[in-house]
Design a protein. Structure first.
Length: 256
């Protein structure tokens, strides 16, 4: 027996479901959970990029940026940026590794879905040197050493006058010491890599992938929402409260 009711004690309305209706609700729940997981992972990596940008912007705008001669202060700032970068690279790794499976699992019929989504990432990798740099740096940070080898405070002349500039740099001379870093990528990179610029381009490419993923899952996600909305509407028509509403198979709650 399949039915829909609040998962609470006491007498509440109950709607009998067909097996087809029950499975539709069960599959809709899985679809919506996967869609949420995809968006959560993307939001986390965006937030980590923003934190890195804010730290550099704050240092750039500080009047003390060019006047500080404190080794401790410079060291602490570089380590702070290293932490922010590590957080970003960890979240991008999570996104790249887990989202293809999330997309596949959001479909009842998933043939070819995983391969399609993995190709989105491969195309982004092939199209951007910054994407390849950041993928290499992520492996480097995870298995070998730090990525930020220098932080420079510069004074630039612009049309609006002198402007502070703070650059977090990765040095090719340091990266080549790690034999596991891809030689093809090392051959492409300049002697110094502006990490903020590369991070921004990397996330921009991931954003392009994310838009493709949204387009792919959107019809499925909208249909899943409609299934949930219809079930809630049916329950409300009986005077039921949808808070804690579940679909049950015998005495086992499957969907909430």
């Amino acid at each position: 027996m399949y039915y829909l009711k609040q998962n609470v004690l006491g007498q509440v309305p109950k709607i009998e479901l067909t097996e087809k209706e029950f499975l539709e609700i069960k599959n809709a729940k899985k679809t919506l959970r996967c869609a949420l997981a995809i968006e959560e992972k993307f939001e986390i990596l965006l937030s980590n990029l923003k934190e890195l940008e804010v730290e550099i912007a704050d240092e750039t705008s500080s009047n003390q940026a060019l006047m500080s001669t404190s080794y401790t202060g410079s060291f602490s700032f570089r380590i702070l940026l290293e932490r922010r970068l590590a957080n970003l690279l960890t979240s991008t790794k999570t996104y790249v590794d887990q989202v293809p499976s999330n997309v596949r699992d959001s479909f009842v019929e998933s043939t070819g879905i995983l391969e399609d989504v993995k190709k989105y990432f491969c195309d982004a990798y092939d199209s951007s040197i910054d994407y390849r740099i950041m993928e290499m740096l992520r492996n480097h940070v995870q298995h070998n050493g730090i990525a930020i080898h220098s932080v420079q405070h510069n004074l630039k002349r612009t049309e609006n006058g002198m402007k502070n500039e703070v650059l977090a740099l990765s040095k090719k001379s340091e990266l080549v010491q790690n034999r596991k870093n891809k030689k093809t990528t090392l051959n492409e990179i300049p002697d110094s890599i502006n990490l903020l610029s590369s991070c921004q381009e990397y996330v921009s490419k991931l954003a392009e992938v994310h838009r493709k993923i949204r387009d792919k899952v959107e019809p499925n996600t909208l249909q899943a929402r409609l299934v949930f909305e219809n079930a809630i509407a049916r329950y409300k028509q009986l005077g039921g409260d949808p808070l804690g509403l579940n679909a049950f198979h015998d005495k086992k709650a499957i969907v909430s």
